[in-house]
Ligand binder design. Structure first.
Ligand code: MN
Length: 710
């Protein structure tokens, strides 16, 4: 690409950028590179110009374009960084320096860890714009790789696939990722590449007709149904992704792969307030599924559950779209303009602005919200006319320096597109207040990029997220779980109580067993019941340590709770007997038990021990209230037993004490019995199974049995 061609394109696409400033960078770079040539024999300057041209679609700012033109100057010529700083400013110098630093990332051997390099690459990029320049730089180098000596080609291609294509993918810049991968494919697997492209070329010739048919079918369907559509497009998939699919499925037959091409339906953005609406994306899917036969298990909802790099779309595969021309299944992708932009440009698609306050005075939150809503609307409108994007950006950012007619062009266009006069006023006011400035969210992107660099450990390989699945709650909240996770993991991930009370689970409205393996994108509904409780068997079904711990905890707590409850009841009985108030919720009476301060947990421990039977409640009551004595019970209700029965019982040890039979359990032979020495010095006989026994002082029991029959 010649500079004059580039310049024309630049003027058309980015009227907001100063041509003179770009020209200056070009002239400087051209002079610095002098008569250097590329391997192709072309003047060196062709390369930086091409890099700048590739960058145009990534919405670069002026320093990015200047740095792109200057990016090889300090490395390949005598020019010093200071000179660039003096002429073009610190921002440009910093970007150029960033490119120099990245030059050390060189993967030399096949077995070198790609991970390490990716991590290094991202860690050294001090600015997300440097990453963009580097990707554009590599893309142009790959496009011209045929001129490079053959022994270098493979190394460069491998490095590109491992580092640059992977990073483009991670950043969601599919436009660059797809082309990089196909170029790498050509050099890394030349034979397979040649075979596959030949096969595809033949198929492609046949498919062009089909694709035209399918897109017009869809257009007509959507038109009939009154669906507003921005575009329906048919496209072939990238060679590399087809190749990988063939490898993965171990198939060597192209016909066996459904998704050689896809049809894409791009819908308008719908924004309510500042909320993006997606209902029309799903209703369009419904229309498609109504008109054609959807293949089961081929539906992917990346709208509700976006890919980690932000990619959003609905994917489905249907039969019957090709009429008589083509009977194979076809993939249909449905997305909005905003999603489309995000899919092509990834992180580079964000140019949202933040309000900064100049004078320090904060803008009131209502105004701020209104402003942000209008701003969002403006951004959506601009997606319809990307050529105006630069102008609109400048209108927002640098209004004062915009000539009046240029302002008017932007404002008229916005009003034309549906912005109201009031909304326009909100933006004008926010700006003219003087205490507002608009700042691109470069900082946020940087923080995000650094976070990416830090977390690029061994598992942060591209398929990091394939280790994880994302499922939905009925409220469409996303829950991330390890692959292989079951409803048990899901329930406990949602909330411990949801797990503990789970009685049934529905996945996509169908009841499933608890050991069902959840799949990406499924909607999981846990049915609970108040008296539901976990089973120890669930431990074998849970994949996450967290769910297992919560189940174990529940059982541990259950045992403990049961013992504490029993202990509390025992002690209460003793307290009532001593005419003292029963225990409160915090067991306050035990706060200083036996002259020692006791925490709540320690107090519970005391009661647990009582419940376990290792400590006597009567003993505790006595320690608490040494002075108190249990009032004599006035009239002990005595079980009137036949006189004969008294003679039948044998008490060991205390034989001369009177024996009474307790009324609570009405002892009679042959049921085993036990005696209890009362305060009134009688022996009260209970059945061994009597519940009252648990409340009594163990030391006062005596052994009793029925007389043997003669
Ligand atoms: Mn370069």
């Amino acid at each position: 690409m010649s500079y004059s061609e580039f310049r024309l394109e630049l003027a058309r696409r980015r009227p907001d950028l100063s041509l003179e400033a770009v020209d200056a960078a070009y002239e400087f770079a051209k002079k610095a590179h002098g008569d250097q040539v590329r391997y192709s024999g072309e003047p060196y300057i062709v390369h930086p110009v091409s890099v700048a041209q590739i960058l145009l679609s990534l919405q670069p700012d002026l320093p990015t374009l200047q740095a792109a033109l200057l990016h090889d100057v300090t490395e390949d010529t005598e020019v010093k960084l200071e000179e660039i700083e003096k002429l073009f400013g610190t921002d440009v110098a910093r970007l150029v320096h960033g490119m120099d630093k990245l030059a050390v990332v060189k993967v030399r051997k096949e077995d070198e860890e790609a991970e390490k390099w990716k991590k290094m690459f991202l860690a050294m990029a001090n600015d997300v714009r440097v990453v963009f320049i580097k990707l554009a730089d590599r893309l142009h180098n790959m496009r011209t790789l045929q001129h490079v000596p053959p022994h270098k080609q493979e190394r460069i291609a491998r490095e590109t696939l491992l580092v640059h294509a992977a990073i483009a993918s991670r950043l969601g810049i599919y436009e660059i990722k797809g082309e990089l991968e196909d170029l790498c494919f050509r050099y890394l697997y030349p034979r397979e590449f040649a075979e596959l492209s030949q096969e595809l070329d033949e198929l492609r010739a046949r498919s062009e007709e089909y694709m035209a048919f399918a897109t017009s079918e869809l257009e007509q369907l959507l038109f009939r149904e009154g669906v507003e559509v921005e575009q329906v497009q048919g496209r072939f998939k990238h060679l590399w992704s087809i190749f990988q699919k063939l490898e993965k499925k171990d198939r060597h037959n192209l016909e066996s792969i459904y998704d050689l091409f896809a049809v894409r339906i791009i819908l308008p953005d719908v924004i309510r307030g500042s909320e993006e609406q997606v209902a029309h994306v799903y209703s369009t899917l419904g229309l498609i599924h109504g008109a054609y036969i959807p293949l089961q298990d081929r539906f992917k909802d990346y709208v509700a559950v976006p890919k980690p790099n932000g990619y959003r779309s609905l994917h489905t595969t249907v039969l019957g779209l090709g009429g008589d021309l083509y009977q194979e299944p076809t993939e249909v992708q449905i997305r909005t303009m905003g999603m489309h932009r995000q899919a092509e440009l990834g992180i580079a698609s964000h140019w949202s602005y933040k309000l900064g306050s100049k004078g320090g005075a904060a803008m009131d939150s209502k105004k701020q919200r209104l402003f942000e809503e209008v701003l969002k609307k403006v951004q959506v409108l601009v997606r319809r006319e990307p050529d105006l994007e630069g102008g609109v950006k400048q209108w927002l950012e640098d209004y004062q320096h915009l000539k009046v007619p240029d302002r008017k062009v932007v404002e008229d266009w916005l009003l034309d597109q549906g912005l109201t006069v009031d909304e326009l006023k909100i933006i004008r006011q926010a700006r003219s207040n003087g205490r507002l400035s608009l700042q691109p969210q470069v900082e946020e992107q940087l923080a995000w990029l650094r976070g990416l660099a830090e977390s690029t450990d061994a598992r942060m390989e591209l398929n990091l997220y394939s280790e994880h699945i994302f499922v939905l709650t009925p409220q469409r909240k996303v829950v991330e779980l390890p692959r292989g996770a079951t409803p048990v993991d899901f329930a406990y991930a949602v909330h411990t109580e949801v797990g503990n009370k789970m009685v049934n689970v529905k996945v996509n409205d169908r009841i499933v067993p608890f050991d069902y393996e959840l799949q990406n994108g499924e909607m999981v509904e846990v049915l609970t019941r108040n008296n539901g409780k976990p089973s120890r068997y669930w431990l074998s079904m849970a994949r996450t340590a967290s769910a297992k711990n919560k189940i174990r905890n529940w059982f541990h707590r259950q045992d403990k709770e049961a013992n504490v409850t029993a202990g509390r009841e025992l002690l209460n009985k003793d307290l009532v007997a001593l005419n003292k108030p029963v225990l409160d919720d915090k067991y306050t009476v035990l706060k200083n038990y036996a002259d020692k301060a006791r925490t709540l947990a320690e107090r519970e421990q005391i009661l647990e021990n009582v419940g376990l039977g290792t400590v006597s409640s009567t003993q505790i009551a006595k320690t608490l209230f040494p002075e108190a004595t249990a009032p004599e019970k006035k009239k002990e209700e005595v079980y009137k037993v036949p006189a004969a029965l008294t003679e039948k019982v044998v008490v060991t040890g205390e034989e001369n004490l009177p024996v009474v039979f307790s009324s609570c359990c009405k002892p009679k032979p042959p049921y085993p019995v036990i005696g209890y020495v009362t305060r009134g010095h009688s022996i009260r006989i209970h059945r061994l199974s009597c519940r009252e026994l648990t409340g009594l002082d163990g030391q006062r029991f005596v052994s009793v049995h029925w007389k043997e029959k003669n």
